[in-house]
Write a protein of this length. Sequence first.
Length: 146
Amino acid sequence: MQVDFYHLTLAPIDRVLPSIAERVLGSGGRLLIVAADAGLRTRIDQLLWSYNTGSFLPHGEAGGAWDAEQPALIAEDLTPANGARNVALVDGVWRDAALDFDRAFHLFDEDSIAAARAAWRALGEREGVERRYWRQDENGRWAQVA
């Protein structure tokens, strides 16, 4: 199980999440996008329709009739109604239930860095968990720093 920690320092979630979603969906995978806050879920929904004028990412919000068909599903909790094996935690809150997936993306900013560090340490003690820590350099490129 792989957990990628993305420390959002220069780029906001609006630029990072679509890139992750494109890679997952482009490889034939499905993605569950999790945020507890309804306002953030609505913002993510709008973002995935409009982040690129030339394309969009097919997705839906959990609770609809077509949840099982959605390549990317935005939800309040970690119930993968779309069969996703990849999960993106986009509200800065780590949830241990993410370990039930094949890969987790934990996106956090400076406001939630203490909690992300605690999650990093706790996951280091778990067997079968591969952690990666990504941070942007001064040019905006992502670099794996741990």
